[in-house]
Design a protein around this ligand. Structure first.
Ligand SMILES: Cc1cc2nc3c(=O)[nH]c(=O)nc-3n(C[C@H](O)[C@H](O)[C@H](O)COP(=O)(O)OP(=O)(O)OC[C@H]3O[C@@H](n4cnc5c(N)ncnc54)[C@H](O)[C@@H]3O)c2cc1C
Length: 457
């Protein structure tokens, strides 16, 4: 039997494809990276189907690329060496919401939108940390790339909220991780060897996560947005330190854009919330007082009468702050997600302006402060997808901002293959060896999303 027929015998003909039209769609993503070849698309529905596909791929040495929502923009789900794209979106059951222990167990294809609306309907007092990405992206894909959501400044990045997993290892074993390996509860990943780390941040190179449990959090009834603005880039670290020192926020953004003129300032956007009206009002008053007394007086201004449309946009979950960014004709949007120490932000800000202007782009930034002491700094670029020259300029701008991020002592988050290689060039050589050893041990035939986390040859 040929490979495609073997794959069809595992998942059935409705969930397998090698048609040129469908391969075309999976051979690219919406970012600026060039398209690459795909041979087969497979949509498993059960963990046993995933296991059978993995065993076949191992026997035939065919690469497998797991795909969730496919929205990292950095071509992480576009195979580098062809083979199977394992589209997990048919595994879309919410298996359990454990209200008392505040966690949800979901299959790999459950989208952010699906969990969000399920909780709103059935558990309106609970919420999960929701990224600003399109609602079709998956809980699992986001957590595995160390993504962040609307309550991350308060509770940490989303990968830290993982409490358990079911994984199909690259050699086909189905393995439980965390308390669910010992008990019926998926409530904690410790106290045990911290095995989730073998699958978080590895970009699908060490196994296929088929189920995952995530912490849920109380949802406050009252929320509001406060905005402050300044024109002094060098004030950013002090403002961020003072604001986060109080430890009272739900979410915290910095936003700017060169055009239109009214946006050409630095806006600090604070989302405050409370279970009681009085709690919310107290927090609002505290932040207004903080800024009115801010060192150097009057350099950071409260934005009175924030436009209702903007207020709504920031209070929505997800907040859609990046929709404030400038989009060119052609709709392309890309960013280097730089995880930066706060004190490096002014330097990164100036560097971002320089890079945008060099490539004839308008500069726009959206940054989210994560847990107070670091920041997801977006070097954002919009481009016209239909204009190859524009796309090429964007690739160059990304590559320069990846390099600038590392030069500033930061980390490139969910970087494309080029960014991963750049990171590995600067990595302690023993760490690079350890990464290679872990991959070899788990995936002896090198079938899992090859090309990722591989040093340049
Ligand atoms: C406008 C916009 C705003 C965004 N805002 C945010 C934001 O606020 N916060 C944020 O965190 N991100 C954001 N993103 C980035 C990204 O879209 C999200 O992080 C998204 O949740 C990634 O999930 P996904 O399902 O698309 O992952 P995918 O792109 O499908 O996968 C990501 C990686 O995980 C691997 N993978 C996927 N599923 C599995 C699995 N089951 N087992 C093993 N490996 C797997 C893939 O191979 C790939 O390497 C944004 C993107 C856009 C376009």
């Amino acid at each position: 039997m040929d490979i495609f027929s073997s794959l069809v015998s595992i998942v059935g003909k409705d969930r397998a494809s090698n048609s040129q039209e469908e391969l075309y769609l999976y051979s690219r993503d919406s970012g600026a990276q060039p398209p690459r070849n795909v041979d087969y698309i497979i949509m498993p529905k059960t963990v046993e189907e995933v296991q059978k596909v993995v065993l076949l791929a191992n026997k035939e040495k065919i690469p497998i690329t797991p795909l969730g929502g496919g929205f990292t923009l950095s071509a992480l789900v576009v195979p580098n060496k062809g083979g199977i794209v394992l589209d997990m979106r048919r595994m879309d059951k919410i298996i359990e919401v454990n209200e008392a222990n505040r966690y949800a167990v979901v299959e790999a294809g459950v989208s952010q939108g699906k969990l969000r609306s399920y909780l709103e309907k059935n558990y309106p007092h609970l919420q999960h940390s929701t990224p600003e990405a399109p609602p079709t992206v998956t809980i699992v894909g986001n957590a595995l790339i160390q993504g962040h959501g609307h309550i991350s400044p308060r509770y940490g990045v989303n990968s830290e909220m993982i409490t358990g997993m079911e994984v199909v290892l690259p050699t086909g074993e189905i393995c439980k991780i965390g308390s669910c390996s010992v008990s019926p509860y998926w409530f904690t990943r410790g106290p045990l060897p911290d095995l989730p780390g073998l699958f978080i941040g590895w970009l699908g190179t060490t196994g296929i996560v088929t189920k995952l449990s995530m912490r849920l959090y109380p949802k406050p009834e009252f929320r509001d947005v406060l905005a402050f603005s300044t024109d002094e880039i060098d004030l950013i670290p002090n403002v961020v330190c003072d604001v986060t020192h109080l430890d009272l926020l739900e979410d915290f953004f910095l936003i700017t854009q060169e055009k239109p003129d009214w946006m050409n300032h630095i806006f600090f956007v604070l989302i405050v919330s409370g279970h009681f009206k009085e709690e919310l009002e107290l927090k609002q008053d505290i932040y207004k007082k903080l800024f009115s007394e801010f060192k150097g007086g009057g350099r950071v201004k409260f934005v009175e009468n924030l436009h209702p449309a903007l207020r709504k946009r920031f209070l929505d979950v997800p907040p859609l702050a990046s929709l404030a960014a400038d989009f060119k004709k052609g709709g392309g949007f890309e960013y280097t997600g730089a995880i930066l120490p706060i004190d490096k932000v002014p330097e990164a800000w100036r560097k971002g302006l320089e890079i945008s202007h060099k490539y004839g782009m308008i500069c726009s930034y959206v940054h989210q402060v994560l847990m107070g002491n670091n920041m997801m700094f977006g070097f954002n670029y919009s481009f016209n997808r239909a204009d190859e020259e524009d796309v090429e300029k964007t690739r160059k701008a990304l590559s320069e901002s990846n390099r600038a991020t590392l030069d500033l002592g930061g980390m490139v988050w969910k970087g494309e293959v080029g960014a991963q290689r750049l990171t590995m060039e600067r990595m302690d050589p023993n760490t690079v060896e350890l990464i290679k050893k872990v991959k070899r041990m788990l995936d002896p035939n090198g079938i899992m999303n090859p090309g990722n986390w591989e040093p340049a040859e």
